[in-house]
Write a protein that binds this ligand. Structure first.
Ligand code: SAM
Ligand code: DTB
Ligand code: SF4
Length: 346
């Protein structure tokens, strides 16, 4: 266990290496103590999470990230929540991988709108070597040239694919655990929890930042949520990013009729993520369209320091750009500047 809080962390764009805090980065969390945190009176929990948050993230900024589906639909996997699984009739039609210039145009537009991180998602079970992966490598290089953080989420990767992504300049790879190991089999049968952990280890070994979190509202118990958080926090290194998603229920998927996630459950989950992983970016991801502005602010109070902006996530809706800008303005939220090299090209 480190005492400065930051030793042992892989260097990423937002690692606050200059900050010293007495808050230890622990890797020995138990489900019982995590659950005790989760069940605190809400304002006590938010107070504790905000105290941890401010001791690390002193400038209290929120990163604006942009998300693009570079390869939509037609996925062979059976993730019960996902509108892009070919086997569910969701109205999402399978498309080819986007062309490199088109993706870079979108990245440039996102940058002009204020995004400092660009995340590219592909509805693949795994990456296959060949022309499509070569194109993704070009996309990553192009996003880096624009001076943005580059993240992608492409399914499972091998060691050599992870190395190529790293060499292209990729900052982060998103690969979510989604839920607890115990609940995983109820949601996905076409791969195992261990497959997921193996890809995460390959990403880590290649020196790419790990972006790994989950979804609430999959029919999991509170203990499942706590188990997932403990699995994340007890890795040898905390993920640099922890996205917290609320299920976006999509007609045609097996989970379409799940009970809607109570916003306060999102607040609790985010607060627990913040307390367990003080130096990680906690990303308020899918589900903001189902939350009012006050609940989103409570999530930020509880430690969320990133949102996806733009009116679409991968295939589902997100709050309108103008609405988000208005919220930032009215609440006096400060967007995080890119902590990367200056743009090399306009
Ligand atoms: N195919 C790759 C994979 O599964 O890792 C990358 C793309 S996949 C769409 C990325 C993540 O989106 C999933 O791991 C899941 O956490 C999230 N996601 C997908 N559908 C969702 C939904 N309906 N609501 C909330 N999150 C969702
Ligand atoms: C993550 O954790 N959430 C984002 C991103 N990583 C790739 C994806 C959310 C997808 C929501 C459903 C959709 O729009 O298709
Ligand atoms: Fe495919 Fe990813 Fe959707 Fe699962 S979550 S069906 S792997 S796109």
């Amino acid at each position: 266990m480190s005492t400065t809080g930051f030793t042992g962390h892989a260097h990423t764009a937002h690692e606050p290496a200059h900050v010293h805090t007495e808050i230890p980065l622990r890797h020995d969390w138990t489900v019982a103590e995590t659950r005790a945190l989760y069940e605190l009176p809400l304002l006590e929990l938010v107070y504790r999470a905000q105290s941890v948050h401010r001791s690390v993230w002193k400038d209290n900024k929120v990163q604006l990230c942009s998300l693009l589906s570079i390869k939509t639909g037609g996925c062979p996997e059976d993730c019960g929540y996902c509108p892009q699984a070919a086997r569910y009739q969701t109205g999402v039609k399978a498309e080819k991988l986007m062309a490199v210039p088109e993706v870079l145009e979108a990245a440039k537009t996102a940058r002009e709108a204020g995004a400092t991180r660009f995340c590219m998602g592909a509805a693949w079970r795994e990456v296959k070597d060949g022309p499509q992966f070569d194109s993704v490598i070009e996309m990553v290089k192009g996003v880096k040239t624009l001076g943005m953080e580059a993240c992608c989420t492409l399914g499972m990767v091998t060691d050599s694919q992870a190395k190529r992504l790293k060499d292209a300049g990729l900052d982060a790879y998103n690969h979510n655990l989604d839920t607890s190991e115990g609940h995983y089999g109820d949601i996905i049968s076409t791969r195992t929890y261990d497959d997921r952990l193996k890809t995460l280890a390959r990403v880590r070994n290649a020196g790419i930042g790990v972006c790994c979190g989950g979804i609430i509202g999959l029919g999991e118990s509170i203990d499942d949520r706590c188990h997932m958080m403990v699995t994340l926090a007890n890795q040898p290194q905390h993920p640099e990013s922890v996205p917290v998603n609320a299920l976006v229920p999509v007609k045609g998927t097996p989970l379409a009729d799940n009970e809607r996630v109570d916003s306060l459950e999102m607040v609790r989950t985010i607060a627990v993520a913040r307390i367990l992983m003080p130096a990680s970016m906690v990303r308020l991801s899918a589900g903001r369209s189902q939350m009012n502005e006050e609940a989103q602010l409570l999530c930020m109070m509880a430690g969320a320091n990133s949102v996806f902006f733009g009116d679409k996530l991968l295939t589902t809706g997100n709050p309108e750009y103008e609405q988000d800008m208005s919220l930032f303005e009215r609440a006096g939220l400060k967007p995080l500047e890119p902590n990367v090299d200056k743009p090399q090209q306009q």
